[in-house]
Design a protein around this ligand. Sequence first.
Ligand SMILES: Nc1ncnc2c1ncn2[C@@H]1O[C@H](COP(=O)(O)OP(=O)(O)O)[C@@H](O)[C@H]1O
Ligand SMILES: O=C(OP(=O)(O)O)[C@H](O)COP(=O)(O)O
Length: 404
Amino acid sequence: MILKTLDDLLGEGVSGRRVLVRADLNVPFDKNAPQGANAVISDDGRARAVLPTLIALRDAGARVIVMSHLGRPKGAPDPKYTLAPVATRLGELLGSPVVFAADTVGEDARAKAGALEDGQVLLLENLRFNEGETAKDDATRAAFAGELAAAADFYVDDAFGAVHRKHASVYDVPALLPHYAGGLVLREVDVLKKVTENPQQPYVVVLGGSKVSDKLAVIKALLPKVDKLLVGGGMCFTFLKAQGHEVGKSLLEDDMVGTCRDLLSEAQGRIVLPVDVVAATEFSADADSVTVPASEIPADRLGLDIGPQSVALFAEAIGPARTVFWNGPMGVFELAPFAAGTRGVAEAITKIDGFSVVGGGDSAAAVRTLGLDESAFGHISTGGGASLEYLEGKTLPGIEALEK
Ligand SMILES: Nc1ncnc2c1ncn2[C@@H]1O[C@H](COP(=O)(O)OP(=O)(O)O)[C@@H](O)[C@H]1O
Ligand SMILES: O=C(OP(=O)(O)O)[C@H](O)COP(=O)(O)O
């Protein structure tokens, strides 16, 4: 990778200069607490991961403007997805308050960026409150990128979790400003490069979580590279449906059932699915839940975790692996009755005689909030989709933009 790094920028001198930092502050919140401005961050790992970059810039006297997305609002302000609680937490972690702008490129952002003093940090409101951030159309994205870039002299990308997104703040802003890779992006790529170039066999990939259609595309590309692909979490129901089973009210991507059928036949037994499921009456910790065979999910229930026989089956496949990559919780681990599948599979991964990578905001959060031993994993990545697409061998838009 030939690109300029944060160290290069610090060497050039940043005192009094405005540095726009793309971070991935898409942190998880406590699902049982209110959402929005009073939301409670359940795992601040992604904020901690970008601290070294922010501290280095702050201590070098830069005027630091941080930008991030949070969740998937639809291109317009939505109070449920405000970054305000993240600004407060970031200030606590930095040991000095972070100024928060109530918009991204509007009047408040411009005024607060203009008033920044040397060594101060500003966080802009959620990038995805602006349709230009995620627009497919190049000109719309470029126009928004121009407004973002106007606020700064330099651009640093330390948002590893978003480098796979061809979004304005990731792909278009670096075309407009001198651009540098932050330490987190460099560290993540360094580890994943080793796994991609030389994965020790057997190589097992474990997939779960809720971003089903995003990750189904990755499965096709990864299949030829892996010995086994274990599918749990919200991902598994579209596959179970493709096998001809009814999945009740479980998460389902109906239009992907055909794709899953093709993948299953292509995989010739290398895709392993759950054999039992914890099925609840509703998406709630208090819901009535029963463990049923994966082929017998009642019509009025939804699968919120894999069952104990599936954990045993997955653990058996993971045991002999020399390389494991895991992205996506096996169930709704945030609710205690549905955490056992994630815990069981995570524990099996910690026991392998080889190298393991856990990727993804929620998967990394699961490792920490379930009290698993972080040091038992080879690498805990801040990006799930990003690391999957890197392993797939894809050119990632954020990296490509930094290399230009
Ligand atoms: N069976 C399921 N039904 C619905 N949601 C699920 C299920 N299993 C896991 N999830 C949810 O998936 C979310 C994480 O998905 P994802 O974002 O893909 O993972 P990551 O952030 O690790 O990449 C978690 O919030 C979890 O509650
Ligand atoms: O949470 C993220 O990705 P991940 O769940 O794949 O780790 C990143 O913040 C990217 O978010 P996005 O998948 O909404 O673009």
